[in-house]
Design a protein around this ligand. Sequence first.
Ligand SMILES: CC(C)(COP(=O)(O)OP(=O)(O)OC[C@H]1O[C@@H](n2cnc3c(N)ncnc32)[C@H](O)[C@@H]1OP(=O)(O)O)[C@@H](O)C(=O)NCCC(=O)NCCS
Length: 179
Amino acid sequence: MNAKVAVRAERPGDRTAISDVVRRAYAKVVHSDHREHLMIERLRGTEAWIPALSLLAEMSGEIVGHILLTRAEIIQTPSSVATLALAPLSVVPEHQRSGVGKHLVAVACQRASELGFESILLIGIPSYYPQFGFEPLSRYPITLPFDAPDENRMVLPLQQGALDGVAGEVKYARGWLDH
Ligand SMILES: CC(C)(COP(=O)(O)OP(=O)(O)OC[C@H]1O[C@@H](n2cnc3c(N)ncnc32)[C@H](O)[C@@H]1OP(=O)(O)O)[C@@H](O)C(=O)NCCC(=O)NCCS
């Protein structure tokens, strides 16, 4: 990993730069709807938003990557379980494949754990996330409220056994879905 990459929480004034980084990162992604930056805008200011978990990667003062974790819930009886949804993850094209994404995911997982969260869910590239400990969501009786290929559904328990006995459907924050 490039030693000059620093990760920090988003600050007021970073909004436009984040939108730009996200748009550029997803511009050529075939399965993208190119609306990921709008999802961030919708979530910002909702109850799902955790300021410490909107993280930027900076190199020489330039923002080159961003990761967002927002609150979600696994609905079960009698009490629902708090979780986090990871999306989007963005690295600008000219800095991709040099470790920036890895650094962002590792720091985000560490911060989430320090904040007391017990798990992180995502829908993403199946070959990328196992290196951080993400497992197939199909190992757990946890369902999503929309269709996504099994191989893209992943979860990271942040402590051993964090999802033992957890069963239910994920409820994403208002603003997470595009409707
Ligand atoms: C995916 C992404 C976040 C990875 O960040 P990164 O900084 O480029 O990647 P890292 O340097 O941390 O890791 C590199 C490794 O990740 C894997 N990887 C990166 N992008 C990948 C992709 N699109 N598909 C499959 N594997 C990928 C490869 O194994 C790569 O190793 P290699 O260079 O030896 O092939 C970044 O490429 C990106 O922003 N892509 C566009 C947006 C996107 O697809 N976001 C993620 C959606 S789940």
